[in-house]
Design a protein around this ligand. Structure first.
Ligand SMILES: C[S@@+](CC[C@H](N)C(=O)[O-])C[C@H]1O[C@@H](n2cnc3c(N)ncnc32)[C@H](O)[C@@H]1O
Length: 199
């Protein structure tokens, strides 16, 4: 495992969506800190991956997620952690992800939430890096437009202590979506799951 932080909630969501035989592609893998969760994991990152040194390489393939050197329908699962917000044309990456996914394959996007992407955008104001700012809803509609059926996952373990009294109401979509909305006022993550729909 290379450099980078491995988050428990990401590990948990990934484990819930993977089967042992899955071929898994990680875009923007950095130090590939989730690699050991999978039997068949391919990590791609840009040449000059900032999480690598001369002596320690973590990506299997060096390329942009915008043009993936894989055949159509190669993978069962494609995922990205804290990567999509950095990419100027994120829809290109999602469409490429869709192309290399098998029918009914899944894309999992773990990205920073509204509050965090706003802060990062301010930091990048005079820098060179692009930085998307998005709510879970705008990110979800981006994924939907690329031909996925989409759901937003809220990790209740992050809020369950404060929101315990709400648990019986979580069955209601309006309550779940309100919590997701409220959670954008503090720093955190958006998690989107897309399932590849037929062409
Ligand atoms: C904030 S780091 C996250 C790294 C890793 N996913 C993690 O969770 O530790 C973002 C990563 O996305 C990569 N990245 C940025 N733009 C990319 C692109 N167009 N294609 C592939 N990777 C990209 C960067 O090189 C970097 O390794």
């Amino acid at each position: 495992m290379g450099r980078g932080i491995r988050y428990r909630h990401i590990e948990r969501v990934l484990s819930e969506h993977v089967r042992s035989w899955y071929n898994v592609l990680e875009i923007g893998c950095g130090g590939a800190v989730y690699k050991d969760l999978f039997l068949n994991h391919v990590g791609v990152d840009l040449p000059g991956n900032p999480y690598e040194t001369q002596d320690e390489k973590n990506a299997d393939v060096y390329c942009s997620g915008e043009i993936l050197p894989f055949k159509n329908e190669t993978f069962d699962l494609v995922f990205m952690v804290a990567c999509l917000y950095q990419i100027p044309y994120p829809d290109k990456v999602i469409k490429e992800g869709r192309r290399v996914l098998k029918a009914n394959g899944k894309i999992l996007i773990f990205d920073y939430n509204l509050k965090t992407t706003k802060r990062l955008k301010r930091l990048e104001r005079r820098g060179l890096n692009h930085n998307n700012v998005w709510s879970p809803f705008s990110l979800a509609s981006l994924v939907k437009r690329s031909g996925f059926s989409v759901s937003i996952i809220h990790d209740y373990s992050l809020t369950e202590q404060t929101l315990k009294w709400l648990s019986p109401l979580l069955k209601l979509r309006v309550v779940r979506y309100s919590i997701i909305q409220i959670c954008q006022i503090k720093e955190g993550w958006n998690i989107i799951v897309g399932e590849k729909k037929g062409d």
